[in-house]
Design a protein around this ligand. Structure first.
Ligand code: GTP
Ligand code: MG
Length: 529
């Protein structure tokens, strides 16, 4: 080919291959090597290609600012050193020439639409893919950076997070549109956009979950700090007040937790869980400590009270056995047995028998020894009476039994008050919640019954305590009856024995109830193991 020929030209919106030139090219044999130059217009492409062969008459070179080369020009030249090879020099139109680009674009679109070029179609497909993926990536990056910027060092609430999410989504969409604004394949652009939206939408859940977990972690951490601060070691909770103290400490903890800010969306739910587990367990453990204390106090006193009851029964038995026709000496002897029991009741059983008798005798002002002719003991009795004022000891010991019973009643009353107090005191909602859970877990919804029973038991024990002193009077009275048994009617004595026995039984009955009540409290859930 002596001079370059135009291989491709535009006719309106068509890229047309010159048939003549194509035909000529097809006649060439051997290897064809293509050298093509592309680039901006007016930059010396044509000039450079021509200069390969030192030939100034090659491709047309422009001398003004206007684009010179149009379409694609070809110049087939024999290879300078390989005889079987032809060089095909391709000179192309300036790539940034506006008219040229418009023409090129038009012709590409037409070719694509008419499916005229497989090569072009595949290239366009690749380009579409690449371009869309790029837009997609950029938009996704934009979304994530917007989210990060908004939530860094912060635990937004769910509504805030939703706003952050939709704002980040808007930013991402803007970026996507920026990259696909001039994209020709509208359908594919929309499809990819939907894909992006789905990804962003799914991320909303991920984001919420992530934020929630972060918030939950923070809440637990804060809770642990508050627990350490307000509750401290469990060994601090002993004695009667263990439960009450724990309740007030838990209330302080709750108050402070409620005031915490910036805890994120998990603040309430996490706390509800912590109430259910940790706080309820703490209450349970402290409740057990209080019950342990009551039980121990009761055990310490129970034996003494039971002795008292046993001796009341003895007295009644002895009274029943007494014969109406006993001699005074017999009466005195039996009376001494009664008195012995009385003294056992009063805790003075260790005293020598005669001393005990003398004490009571003093109390009622009767000299039974003399009357009964028990002369051998009389002297001892009189000596003892002179030395000690046992009557006041007797009284004191009875008062102690009464105190013991009253104390047990108070303890029962106290624990019942503690259990029912929550209903009257309007604490924070969380405190109510914790107490409800505690009560429900421990008393399976029968808290009212338990409290009711407990208060009844406490009241009865207190009532029994109230009649213990009367019991003493009754016993002493019994003694008086025995002493004067010769003059007293049989029925009267039996009546007293009956009264004493009834008193013993009623005390026993109340003790059983106390046992039952404490056992019921003990049976409750054990708490933290
Ligand atoms: N001084 C100098 N002038 C050059 C050189 N290369 C090209 N020219 C001049 O620059 C002008 C444009 O050169 P062309 O070869 O027509 O440029 P082109 O890139 O083919 O231009 P279009 O066909 O319009 O795209 C001509 O006047 C050349 O003589 C060079 O290396 N030095
Ligand atoms: Mg040129």
């Amino acid at each position: 080919m002596d001079v370059p020929q135009q291989l491709v030209k535009f006719t309106s919106d068509r890229l047309v291959i010159d048939e003549e030139v194509a035909k000529y090219l097809s006649t060439l044999t051997g290897v064809a090597e293509v050298i093509s130059v592309v680039g901006k217009h007016r930059t010396g492409k044509s000039y450079l290609l021509s200069r390969f062969f030192g030939d100034r008459n090659g491709f047309k070179v422009g001398h003004s600012y206007k684009a010179c080369t149009k379409g694609i020009w070809v110049w087939a030249r024999p290879h300078p050193s390989r005889p079987d090879t032809n060089l095909l020099l391709l000179d192309t139109e300036g790539a940034d020439d506006f008219d040229g680009i418009v023409n090129l674009a038009r012709s590409y679109v037409r070719m694509l639409n008419n499916n005229e070029s497989v090569c072009l179609r595949e290239a366009a497909k690749d380009m579409t893919e690449t371009q869309l993926n790029h837009a997609f990536r950029e938009a996704w990056d934009e979304f994530q950076s917007c989210v990060q910027k908004a939530i860094i060092n912060k635990l937004p609430m769910e509504t805030e997070l939703k706003d952050i999410h939709s704002q980040a989504q808007q930013c991402a969409m803007k970026t996507y549109e920026k990259y696909t604004r001039f994209f020709i394949d509208i359908q594919k652009t929309l499809d990819k956009k939907s894909e992006l939206l789905v990804l962003i939408e799914n991320n909303r859940e991920v984001l919420l979950k992530m934020n929630y977990e972060k918030s939950e972690l923070k809440c637990r951490k804060e809770f642990d700090i508050l627990k350490k601060k307000h509750i401290g070691p469990l060994t601090d909770y002993t004695g009667k007040e263990a439960f009450e103290k724990m309740r007030s400490r838990i209330k302080q903890l709750i108050d402070e937790y409620e005031k915490l800010t910036g805890m994120g969306p998990a603040k309430d739910k996490t706390f509800a869980k912590l109430c259910e587990t940790e706080l309820v367990n703490l209450l349970t453990v402290s409740f057990q400590a209080t019950i342990n204390f009551i039980e121990q106090q009761y055990a310490e006193r129970k034996a003494k009270i039971q002795d008292f009851v046993g001796n009341l029964k003895n007295i009644a038995d002895i009274m029943d056995k007494l014969q109406m026709d006993s001699t005074i000496a017999n009466v005195a002897g039996s009376s001494a047995a009664v008195v012995g029991s009385v003294l056992t009741i009063t805790g003075l059983a260790l005293l020598p028998f005669t001393f005990g008798a003398s004490a009571i005798l003093t109390g009622v002002g009767v000299g039974v020894g003399v009357a009964g002719g028990v002369t051998t003991v009389t002297a001892d009795i009189c000596r003892f009476v002179k030395n000690k004022n046992l009557n006041s000891d007797v009284k004191e010991t009875h008062e102690k039994i009464m105190e013991d019973l009253n104390y047990i009643a108070e303890l029962l009353q106290y624990v019942c008050n503690q259990l029912s107090q929550q209903k009257e005191v309007v604490d924070s909602n969380w405190m109510n919640h914790v107490f409800r859970l505690f009560a429900f877990g421990n008393f399976v919804g029968v808290l009212d019954d338990i409290v009711g029973v407990g208060i009844r038991v406490a009241a009865n024990v207190a009532r029994v305590a109230g009649i213990v002193l009367a019991a003493l009077a009754l016993v002493l009275d019994a003694y008086a009856i025995i002493k004067k048994s010769i003059e007293i009617h049989k029925g009267c004595k039996t009546e007293r024995a009956k009264q004493i026995r009834e008193l013993a039984q009623s005390i026993e009955k109340e003790l059983t109830k106390v046992d039952d009540f404490i056992a019921q409290m003990r049976k409750q859930k054990k708490g933290i193991q």
